[in-house]
Design a protein around this ligand. Structure first.
Ligand code: ASP
Length: 427
């Protein structure tokens, strides 16, 4: 990562952008594609296995309820931290009217498209997201990585059915799913051999393609508020893990570091999922049974970093556009940002699209909305990278706590993947 950063800076200085885009970036792109390629089969195999391994249906509902409660609880906590940070720092006050004007002139049009995408999501009534969760065709659902929730629905449903049929009928299906799962995990191992080179390529391409450092200065306080909030959230996980999973923060963070690094360089919880699962199981000692249920669901549903960012961004935009927010408006943010983060796809930039819903619920007029998004757009990528790290960390923390509460947290056993890491020391 550091080498990629340095290389990117040098390449920008020497105007090597075309070379980086043509020959370095593809390595990163291929890597992300490979990770996305196995996301759907991984979710299918591991969730079906996860649910059907639970032995009986009451265990499943207990774990499901606990997991969702923790996910929602940490999300609300994250939003509250974001609101506290942004209210103390008040970054919107530091933005001049000229900055608002020049940014909206530069990015205004791009934003209209984002607003309309979000409106499609919003126009369709409060229960639409439940309706959308139910696929009408499993192949249709599995053919689009954006339909992760539909695939999860099918997998859980299928897993429950396996629990309910006769053992000897379920047996061959489970053996098959088991083998499938193992093979997919092996694919992850193999793809990860590429990780150091891919991370280098991703960072180098990002640095050479990012322009205009001036904007970063204008938005420095806003970025600061988001980053401070995200760091506090990491602290919250450390405390939660310490008290509820009885493990030290250093054990926790060391165990998941590669997943965090990957989240940072890909900006996608979905692309990171295979590695998240591997780390949580092999290095934090969480039982497979818990990992296969908690992690895939978390990658799509639990986005603490995203919701925290949405809260900060919403307040920042309103402040910069001189749109007054009352206390009850801030409570509205807690509610809508929770829902919006659940609805955000686990891909780069999704959090920003769903931010529109939060802003609209505050009554921000449509033209201000586009200007508001334009205002934060320039620095969204680096913030996306950081909030994705928090999203992934949150899933890992919850997995550990759930595992502990079911007596499913063991001493981790090292596996062969580490040998790969030794061969590829940068990972
Ligand atoms: N990139 C984030 C993720 O995949 C979502 C977002 O906040 O844009 O977790």
């Amino acid at each position: 990562m550091a080498l990629g950063l340095v290389f990117g800076l040098i390449a920008s200085a020497l105007s090597w952008q075309p070379f980086v885009t043509d020959f370095i970036k593809p390595i990163g792109t291929i890597f992300i594609k490979l990770l996305k390629l196995i996301a759907i089969p991984l979710i299918l195999a591991s969730l079906i296995k996860g649910v059907s391994d639970l032995q009986d249906i009451s265990r499943f509902s207990k774990m499901g309820v606990r997991t969702l409660a923790l996910y929602i609880g940490t999300t609300v906590l994250a939003i509250s931290i974001g609101l506290i940070a942004v209210n103390i720092i008040q970054p919107g006050k530091a933005v001049s009217t000229e900055t608002v004007e020049s940014l909206s002139a530069a990015f205004g049009q791009d934003m209209e498209a984002k607003v309309s995408t979000a409106n499609q999501a919003k126009d369709s009534g409060p229960l639409q997201f439940v309706v959308d969760m139910v696929p009408d065709n499993i192949f249709g659902a599995a053919s689009n990585n954006g339909n992760m929730l539909q695939v999860i629905f099918f997998a859980v449903f299928f897993g429950i059915a396996l629990l309910l049929i006769k053992k000897e009928d379920a047996q061959p299906v489970m053996a098959f799913i088991n083998g499938l799962n193992e093979a997919i995990m092996k694919m992850v191992d193999l793809i990860m051999l590429m990780a150091p080179y891919a991370v280098f390529a991703l960072l180098a391409a990002l640095v050479t393609e990012t322009s205009n450092p001036e904007l970063f200065k204008a938005l420095a306080w806003y970025m600061f508020a988001v980053v401070i909030g995200l760091i506090c959230m990491l602290g919250v996980y450390a405390v939660l893990v310490y008290f509820f999973a009885k493990k030290s923060p250093s054990f926790f963070f060391k165990g998941i570091a590669p997943a965090q690094l990957l989240a940072f360089s890909t900006s996608s919880s979905a692309a990171t999922l295979p590695v998240t699962m591997e780390r949580v199981e092999e290095h934090l000692g969480v039982d497979k049974e818990v990992v296969s249920f908690v992690c895939p669901v978390g990658a799509t549903v639990n986005m603490d970093g995203t919701s925290l960012y949405q809260a900060v961004a919403a307040v920042f935009i309103c402040e910069a556009l001189k749109f007054d927010l009352t206390f009850s408006d801030q409570m509205t943010i807690i509610l809508t940002a929770t829902l919006a983060s659940i609805g955000s796809a686990a891909v780069p930039g999704a959090g920003m699209v769903m931010l529109v819903i939060v802003l609209e619920s505050l009554g921000l007029p449509a033209n201000s909305l586009a200007i508001g998004l334009a205002l934060i757009f320039a620095v969204d990528r680096p913030l996306d990278m950081m909030r994705t790290v928090v999203n992934v960390t949150g899933d890992c923390a919850v997995a550990m706590i759930i595992a502990r509460s079911f007596g499913k947290l063991h001493e981790p056993k090292e596996r062969k993947l580490d040998d790969y890491y030794k061969e590829a020391p940068l990972a």
